[in-house]
Design a protein around this ligand. Structure first.
Ligand SMILES: NC(=O)C1=CN([C@@H]2O[C@H](COP(=O)(O)OP(=O)(O)OC[C@H]3O[C@@H](n4cnc5c(N)ncnc54)[C@H](O)[C@@H]3O)[C@@H](O)[C@H]2O)C=CC1
Ligand SMILES: O=C(O)[C@@H]1CCC=N1
Length: 273
């Protein structure tokens, strides 16, 4: 790709994407420039690790860039837009990573016709394994979406969705890795309590998740059928599943996703004011 990409915000998500993009070589490191609110030390760190360009001068960053990736927290969006709106020319594509915040709000705050594409990646972008959803604003054409999809392919899989579904997919895929990590944390507590060797347990746990994920991908069986094939009557799995059921495990997962989805909507209500 020939476009120059600016990251406005240089936190965990920006770094995960920069790491994925630079490893994949879809753009050269010199086509990426990052800025943040005021943390020069952090910018130098990113420069050192990924050999990208950085600057605290937003005017300089924006002038150099074709694609601007908004990578600040939802609470900072209003101030961020106020800082950049007078620096934009209408050919620059705005990409938002922000949970909850709608393309309509960004468009209205910008008061320009810049194309806006909203994406929801996850931190597995760091190793090119994100599951990224994409949706577009009013002035984004199919070509704009295609370009951003191509860019996001460098950090994992992509799928274009309706904006109204973004809250739920933010819960499932944006926050998703955290929910799996949380389950592994519980398994680590078990390993610890049993006095098992962590060096043995960790690769076993990781391969078990990878194998299950690969089965979900490759098999024609539903998750339920896959589970039933492991569950011998009167065996260990059945006892384990019954215990999860007694602890209302599935209800807890559904409630977790419902609440995370709701929070995405709440972020919109809170910060689109
Ligand atoms: N962390 C994650 O797993 C994911 C995060 N996101 C979204 O990505 C965004 C960033 O999240 P994190 O990287 O976790 O946050 P973070 O707190 O690690 O980074 C935020 C960055 O924004 C910068 N910033 C704040 N105001 C700014 C401004 N006016 N101009 C330029 N930079 C500014 C901060 O200096 C900081 O570098 C959020 O909106 C979040 O919803 C989306 C998907 C996954
Ligand atoms: O927790 C959050 O709000 C962000 C959005 C998805 C993942 N992290």
């Amino acid at each position: 790709m020939r476009e120059t990409i600016a990251f406005l915000g240089a936190g965990s998500m920006a770094e995960a994407i920069i790491s994925g993009m630079t490893a994949n070589k879809i753009v050269s490191t010199q086509q990426i420039i990052a800025t943040n609110r005021s943390n020069q030390k952090r910018l130098l760190e990113l420069e050192g690790t990924y050999h990208i360009k950085t600057s605290l001068d937003k005017k300089e960053v924006i002038e150099q860039s074709d694609i601007l990736i908004l990578a600040m927290k939802p609470k900072d969006i209003k101030v961020a837009i106020a800082e950049i709106k007078s620096l934009l020319t209408e050919n620059k594509i705005i990409v938002s990573l922000l949970a909850g915040i709608s393309t309509g709000f960004i468009q209205q705050q910008l008061a320009t016709k810049n194309p806006i594409v909203r994406v929801m990646p996850n931190t597995s972008a760091m190793i090119g394994q994100s599951a990224t959803t994409i949706t577009s604003g009013k002035y984004a054409s199919a070509e704009h979406v295609h370009l951003i999809e191509k860019l996001m392919t460098s950090i994992g899989t992509t799928i274009v969705i309706k904006e109204e579904d973004m809250d739920a997919f933010t819960a499932l895929a944006g926050s998703g890795p955290a929910f799996y990590y949380y389950m592994v944390e519980a398994m680590e507590q078990f390993v610890e309590a049993k006095g098992l060797d962590k060096e043995i347990a960790k690769p076993l746990m990781v391969q078990t998740i990878k194998g299950a994920a690969a089965m979900l991908e490759a098999s024609h069986d539903s998750p339920k059928v896959l589970r039933e094939k492991i569950t011998s009557p009167g065996g260990t799995t059945e006892t384990g599943i019954n215990t999860l059921s007694e602890h209302r495990f599935q209800a807890a997962i559904i409630a977790c996703l419902e609440q995370a989805t709701l929070r995405s909507k709440e972020l919109r209500d809170l910060f689109e004011k």
